[in-house]
Design a protein around this ligand. Sequence first.
Ligand code: CMX
Length: 139
Amino acid sequence: MIKDVNHIGVAVKSIETALPFYTGTLGLTFEAVENVESQRVRVAFIKAGNCKIELLEPTSPDSPVAKFIEKRGEGIHHVALSVDNIEDRIQDMIEKGIQMIDSTSRKGAGGANIAFMHPKASNGVLVEFCEKAAKQHDN
Ligand code: CMX
């Protein structure tokens, strides 16, 4: 099932430069910063009610986010929707003729399973399916 908006990804040149607007000016709460090597980005999560804002800073010139900033400048990069059973959701989209960038999920920030839909299939918006990582045992 597709549930709600998990986060909105915002492409920025520098997390350090962008963060004070969100935490200082807007007064939102910074949660964590993480390197997502597979995507060649460093991400910072900011809590905004039940949703999050994910600042995405490229860590390499061949990162998809570096290409995005070069072409379009900083700005909204993707919308991530929370889903259950991500592999079923991906298959469902493929059966409906939707062009998926990922035909199986991969690991994203926080250990979540993620998959992207091509923006051409969704009105020019890069949509991410995001399935939360299974909770770790504390012991
Ligand atoms: N939102 C909307 N449109 C986008 C886009 C985005 N984020 N990124 C690229 N596009 C558009 C481009 O403007 C271009 O449109 P036109 O053909 O009309 O000019 C088209 O898509 C092709 O773009 P491109 O610059 O030639 O780039 P590629 O085709 O090489 O790659 C994409 C585009 C979406 C397939 C690639 O960026 C991708 O695979 N993205 C998914 C992975 C990703 O973005 N990872 C970073 C975030 C990771 C995370 O959140 O953890």
